[in-house]
Ligand binder design. Sequence first.
Ligand code: UDP
Length: 336
Amino acid sequence: MRGGARPRPCPGARLKTINPPRALVTGGAGFLGSHLCQALLGDGYHVIAADNLLTGRLENIAHLRNDARFEFVEKDVCQPAEWGPLAYVFHFASPASPVDYAKHGIETLRVGSYGTFEAIEAARRSGAKFLMASTSECYGDPLVHPQPETYWGNVNPIGPRSVYDEAKRFSEAVTAAYRRYHNLDTRILRIFNTYGPRMQIRDGRVIPNFMWQALRGEDLTVYGDGGQTRSFCYVTDEVDGILRLARSDEHAPVNMGNPAEFTILECAKKILAVTGSRSQIVFEPLPQDDPRQRRPDISKARRLLGWEPKIDLETGLKLSLDYFRKAVHEASNPAA
Ligand code: UDP
């Protein structure tokens, strides 16, 4: 092994004893980030949520702001910052819906490169643990099904999804390199489709889109023939898995998602049933590079973390319904 590649202890490791331990969550005002902040507060952390509100929203964290252990910093995490002593850095900042990252492609590439370096350097300076929010998109349009962590993927490096897919793959490479060269205590989490309260109603993802359409009596727009599959994980299951991975010693990537697989047409029908809507289903063109199938192999998470999702799609949709009803009402009546 060459000298530069030898793992070295982290210089700031002693700072971890600060009480309560301080966690930085980049993207802390986003859908998943805000649920994570809440769970970390419940776990006894002092939480700093950093977000530039490009796709995150202050409403997502409004209920946390009276907690003295919660801080919100409006900030582009691509810019250098001094955060003080940290025990954990969770790097969740990024547009995450295909519509959002198509709209903000350059910002997505920046936060998944410059932003990742800033976040991981903040962890290194403090001797903090670092957890990188990666994605099932690392597998692209997968040729192996279901997808185990050992699969390297089938990604178009220049297509419309590449701004997200390659930024996340690059971030995984950065994280693995800091583990290798700096002996940083890292985790890589591959998040599969997750849904629940606080999703943006208009971010274009399939569940909010169908909810919006069903609750307004509009046609449900199924792209392609609706035969493409996804596996949907309810947000509380996902966050439970994230905390388990955060507490574990696993440095290699871990898939986290619900292995129950549905076609998009089945998903549309479930949403019609749960909402009681009489909307029709219509078919529209399939976006370029839309993955044909996606289902996590979660045997590693089961074995290492004792984790598996508990909430099935129908239950999760019912649990989300009040939120979506309110979000649709507010977005449809902006003055109300
Ligand atoms: N989709 C759809 N109608 C919509 C929105 C999405 O049929 O109104 C499809 C989309 O083409 C994809 C799947 O639903 O096959 C999931 O899309 P989403 O944007 O939620 O995320 P993805 O899993 O593709 O990242």
